[in-house]
Design a protein around this ligand. Structure first.
Ligand code: BES
Ligand code: MN
Ligand code: ZN
Length: 499
């Protein structure tokens, strides 16, 4: 499927489906008015039967005076109710109609009224990302594949003066959408296919397609030599070997410090000896969604072609119980030299991330952002809408919050005060890996903070947003690829501002 920008007069567009907008009380958007004129008032008459609610759809055939085969009249909602949410609803409704009628081409001519944005770039980028997301369909492990989507090109009608910016926007939107698709696909794959080795192979394949990207895989022996005993302790019960996946993107000057992204890649989390209850345990195949979003963001980055250096690191293991598995009370030495008492083998994400964070030091990073489905407590705190954000640097935190707002992939900051640190005290090691029932998301981040003293760092807990649990919507969401991409785009803009 291709996105395109078109200009010109709306009635002359040759397409299988022309999409125009109507607000409540039959208020036709400008392009709809033009169609109305071309059809000698036909559209206005029909619009009387349309309430103009956001996403409400009315498909019309044989509209007189226009070249388009069909006209889809889509509700825009009230002017003062424009929002990212409503825009998303409108795009979803359009895509549902286009899928149902199986047309190959369509043109969206909503004059920007589907969105609260004054910013054409942001508005069209979201249209592109969200339309693309509606076309994602998982059937990799089904014996019968779905029919190819009929839609081959979706165009947006813009004023001629805006065409250049619009092209730029759909190009960025496509790059981000592709990263989101990759993250969703990796997330949705089952644990018996998507193993640490599989993730490593995907990262190698990604580098093959891109000159600026190199992937290095560290196996267990290499990690052992580096002293990553904490990461290795997680995979000890599994027959799948653990991997540290390092993807280096060099788009900037050779001496420019990189931004590092680190993903939690637990390809299945049984809890280990601290075994999880059986209900919904299948969903722990999604415990590599942090890794998936880093991989997705790296793919987007290669397509965005940003002029910065970025290192993506994935700490991957399978958390299983067995005679070889770590036991509650075991003590391991991390790569940093600090020791950890593993009081609960189900708090494994932080155990793999801490060594990856220490490993990141060698890149002398400008910033480090880790992404992880780290705590159930984050779902209690923020539900399924916001990513949890914790950071040792206010500027970085603000940058990520702004990126989340811009990308409509929102995060919300939680405190990382020293008061919480003592919940990790251990009688037998430098720290315990759990901090008790209170403030679980914060104490998990406190644990990570002990491995981030040498750089500006932020932690994104995506436990509540990485996948949907319900019915037909069950599956990975691709969050927070848009946030990460926007964060990286902002880093390039910051560099440009400095010059
Ligand atoms: N992967 C889980 C967190 C999780 C659970 C994410 C459910 C999404 C849905 C993580 O490894 C975990 O088990 N965390 C424990 C930590 C606890 C033992 C301190 C948790 O949240 O219960
Ligand atoms: Mn766990
Ligand atoms: Zn986990």
């Amino acid at each position: 499927m291709e996105f395109q920008i078109v200009t010109g007069s709306v009635e002359a567009l040759e397409t299988e489906c022309l999409i125009v907008g109507v607000a409540p009380e039959a208020q036709l958007a400008p392009s709809a008015q033009q169609v109305d004129q071309a059809s000698s008032g036909y559209l206005r008459e029909v619009a009387e039967d349309h309430q103009g609610k956001a996403g409400e759809a009315l498909l019309l055939h044989k509209v007189p005076g226009v070249k388009a085969k069909r006209v889809l009249l889509i509700g825009l909602g009230k002017d003062d109710e424009r929002s990212d949410r409503n825009q998303n609803k409108i795009i979803k409704a359009i895509m549902a109609q286009l899928k149902a009628i199986r047309c190959a081409t369509a043109v969206v001519a909503l004059d920007g009224q589907e969105s609260a944005d004054q910013d054409l770039y942001r508005q069209l980028r979201h249209n592109t990302e969200w339309a693309s997301a509606e076309l994602y369909h998982y059937d990799t492990t089904k014996s019968k594949k779905a029919d190819e989507p009929g839609l081959q090109s979706l165009s947006f009608l813009v004023a001629a003066d805006d065409a250049e910016l619009a092209e730029f926007s759909i190009s960025d939107g496509t790059a981000i959408a592709n990263g989101v698709d990759t993250a969703r696909e990796l997330g949705n794959l089952p644990g018996n296919i998507c193993t640490p080795t599989y993730l490593a192979d995907q990262a190698l394949a990604l580098a093959e397609d891109c000159e600026d990207l190199t992937t290095t895989i560290l196996d267990e022996d290499e990690m052992e030599k580096l002293g990553m005993h904490c990461l290795l302790s997680v995979g000890k019960g599994s027959s799948e070997p653990s991997k540290l996946i390092v993807m280096e993107y060099k788009g900037g000057e050779p001496d420019q410090k990189p931004h590092v992204l680190i993903g939690k890649g637990i390809t299945f989390d049984t809890g280990g000896i601290s075994l999880k209850p059986g209900a919904k345990m299948d969903e722990m195949k999604f415990d590599m969604c942090g890794a998936a979003s880093v991989m997705g963001a790296m793919e987007s980055l290669t397509e965005l072609g940003l002029d910065i250096n970025v290192v993506g690191i994935i700490a991957s293991a399978e958390n299983m119980p067995s005679g070889h598995a770590s036991k509650p009370g075991d003590i391991v030495t991390t790569m940093s030299g600090q020791t950890v008492e593993i009081l609960n083998t189900d708090a494994e994400g932080r155990l793999v991330l801490c060594d990856a964070l220490t490993y990141a030091e060698r890149f002398e990073p400008e910033t480090v952002v880790d992404v992880a489905t780290l705590t159930g407590a984050c779902i209690v705190a923020l539900g399924h809408h916001a990513t949890g954000l914790l950071s040792n640097d206010d500027l970085l935190a603000d940058d990520l919050l702004a990126a989340g707002e811009f990308a409509a992939d929102k995060a919300w900051r939680l405190p990382l005060w020293d008061e919480y640190q003592e919940q990790l005290d251990s009688n037998f090691a430098d720290m315990a890996n759990i901090g008790g029932p209170a403030a679980g998301t914060i104490t998990a981040a406190c644990f990570l903070s002990r491995y981030t003293k040498k750089f500006r760092w932020a932690h994104l807990d995506i436990a509540g947003v990485a996948w949907n649990s319900n019915g037909k919507a069950k599956g990975a969401t691709g969050r927070c690829v848009p946030l990460l991409c926007q964060h990286l785009i902002q880093q390039v803009d910051d560099l440009a501002d400095d010059e």
